[in-house]
Write a protein that binds this ligand. Sequence first.
Ligand SMILES: NC(=O)c1ccc[n+]([C@@H]2O[C@H](COP(=O)([O-])OP(=O)(O)OC[C@H]3O[C@@H](n4cnc5c(N)ncnc54)[C@H](OP(=O)(O)O)[C@@H]3O)[C@@H](O)[C@H]2O)c1
Length: 273
Amino acid sequence: MQLYGILGYPLKHTLSPAMHNAAFRSLRMDAVYVPFAVTPAQLKTAIAGLRAVGVSGASVTIPHKEACTAWLDGLAGDAAILKTVNTIVVRGGRWVGYNTDGAGFLRALREEMRFEPRGKTACLLGAGGAARAVAYALAKAGLAKVHLVNRTPARAGSLAALLARHAKQTVVRTAAWRPSTIAEAAGESHLIINATPLERLPLRVELLERSTVVYDLIYHPTRLVADARRRGCVAANGLGMLLYQGALAFELWTGGHAPVSAMRKALRKTVAQ
Ligand SMILES: NC(=O)c1ccc[n+]([C@@H]2O[C@H](COP(=O)([O-])OP(=O)(O)OC[C@H]3O[C@@H](n4cnc5c(N)ncnc54)[C@H](OP(=O)(O)O)[C@@H]3O)[C@@H](O)[C@H]2O)c1
């Protein structure tokens, strides 16, 4: 039996085991995916232990996405740029870190919201790990301009520097975390993304154009999504991103197609419980 799992702490609410075990079941694979709740102090030992028992692949979540890079044999794809990992692929005994968050977000945006970022303007609230992956993916997809709005200006500055180095064609503006500057940036944007864990944002949704698309990375239904829909905007929560980042991880691990509909069904069922 192949063993997969998710490294994070705490892991009480993780939806990933339900999603990946549903994928294994639907393809009749002899594999299982379990939560590995590991504190930051135990991360190095845990990775050494998982290598020793011959784990076939892993997901990585908060708070290990950056820290785990120190114990891997290499980084590939977006992870090499972002220096954050959400997927570990084991190939020939080498543990290589990938990041499928950005590509998962883009796939959700295109398939579920019918939104194509090329030539558009976005307002990104947050500048943490998820925001970095999302901003880089949007920029690579041809986004014309992004407003980065974050509580800690230095973090927005660091993301702006990353985009200036690796995605030069996207115009980057940073803005202070204040209702007036958020309203200004949002008012100029086709797409608004919440990449913070905040359920209540200092954003007045009633001022948005009805054509604005709103994406909340939080997995469950939020006030932002409900208010945006009431306003007439197309809006979604982060379940689609979770699904597609998981599907891409599955494909990296197995080299085959992910059974997306079985994975989506399992996620919806788990969230509804
Ligand atoms: N749907 C998906 O597949 C998916 C994937 C990854 C993450 N997520 C979700 O995305 C969200 C962010 O995750 P992350 O990994 O990027 O976390 P993170 O690296 O810890 O970043 C958190 C971000 O939220 C901001 N923030 C936190 N508390 C705040 C507050 N009280 N006021 C204003 N800003 C605040 C932080 O600002 P500072 O820089 O000022 O601290 C930072 O920009 C979480 O809700 C997570 O569950 C979803």
